[in-house]
Design a protein around this ligand. Structure first.
Ligand code: HXH
Length: 338
């Protein structure tokens, strides 16, 4: 391509070559609108939504693979890897999975048979093109004193739904690396629960290979010390880690303003310092971290435009809405020079 705005811009994934893969979440719109940016800077992609249960398997006898197939083809054509997200989760899973057909709940046996069939079909289809799967997403509770969150998976199938999901996935693709993925992963109380869950799975001989740290962070939280503690603790299980959904919101936790149409004075500089500290830490633990995936690629599209404050624009990524590098990009690039 001639006169590309990417010309002369160093590639993010090349800067971290030998450390970890650099990924981005995509959707059917951004896969087109951000095509050039994705191909330039990233060597891994994840479907933001298109591999979730409700998208792939909306009815018991119906699978819809078109968008997921397009994503894996995009990656294959460019020699990029794909992270699969996600097989078993309490959200974005259709009701039919948990129902028996006449208004009641499915039995444990039926639910596990459906889980097995879904996992086997999906994991087998993408065997060889997906290097890691989020097998179970967000099963740990945020409530103190409660290990697993209440969910239809847990309440109908029992607590061993997690072990079953990993066993079914491993059977379908013994080569795929299988991840347990969660958020608030660096908050000490929840960190210890995630640690205990994965430790127990490992002791039972369950094929779990890694822990996914979602890393939906902001300018201040979590502290770099808490992130470091989390990395150390999870790595002590002998697990490989992946940073699976990184973004750095420019708003602090209690800032609910919806009136900003551009970043405020100083916001992008503070974000650049924050990203720099975070990537220094990731680089320090590169022996334990296999990939770093952002939950988006550029600020023209981010799920944070609607979460947790509806209609509030956010600027959490390394590239602006025109796909130009932000100060955060340059500060992340800078650390690879030292
Ligand atoms: C992730 N959840 C999912 O893994 C991903 O699939 C999705 O596309 C985006 C983010 C993050 C998340 C977890 C809990 C949550 C919201 C987002 O629940 C809350 C609801 C209200 C307030 C705080 C958390």
């Amino acid at each position: 391509m001639v006169n590309s705005k990417m010309d002369g811009v160093p590639k993010l994934h090349e800067a971290f070559k030998g450390h970890f893969k650099i990924g981005a979440a995509v959707n059917p719109r951004t896969l087109t609108a951000q095509r050039e940016l994705l191909a330039h800077h990233f060597n891994s992609v994840t479907a933001e939504n298109e591999m979730k249960f409700e998208r792939l398997h909306p009815a018991e006898a119906q699978y819809t693979f078109e968008h997921a197939d397009r994503l894996t083809a995009f990656a294959k054509d460019r020699g990029m890897g794909v992270r699969g997200h996600t097989l078993v989760w309490h959200n974005q899973t259709p009701d039919w999975v948990f129902e028996n057909g006449d208004g009641g709940a499915a039995s444990r046996q039926t639910l596990l048979a459906r889980m097995k069939s879904h996992i086997n079909t999906v994991v087998s289809r993408y065997k060889g093109s997906i290097y890691a799967w989020d097998v179970v997403n967000e099963a740990v509770s945020d409530k103190n004193g409660e290990l697993l969150r209440p969910s239809k998976w847990r309440d109908i199938a029992g607590e061993d739904f997690i072990a079953k999901a990993f066993e079914y996935a491993h059977e379908a693709d013994p080569e795929a690396r299988l991840y347990y993925n969660d958020y608030n992963e660096s908050v000490p109380e929840k960190r210890e629960k995630i640690y205990a869950l994965v430790k127990s799975l490992k002791e039972q001989g369950v094929p779990v290979h890694g822990i996914g740290l979602q890393a939906h962070w902001n300018l201040e939280r979590p502290s770099v010390d808490d992130i470091r503690e989390a990395i150390e603790r999870y790595a002590s299980l002998g697990m490989t880690l992946q940073i699976t959904e990184l973004d750095v919101s420019v708003f602090l936790h209690d800032d609910r303003r919806t009136d900003l149409t551009a970043p405020e004075e100083g916001m992008l500089e503070r974000q650049a310092e924050r990203y720099e500290r975070i990537f220094r830490l990731f680089k320090e633990y590169a022996a334990n971290i296999d990939s770093v995936t952002f939950w988006g690629a550029a600020d023209d599209y981010t799920w944070l435009d609607n979460f947790p404050v509806r209609g509030r624009k956010n600027w959490p990524l390394l590239f602006d809405a025109e796909h130009n590098p932000k100060p955060s990009f340059w500060s992340v690039m800078e650390i690879t020079r030292s």
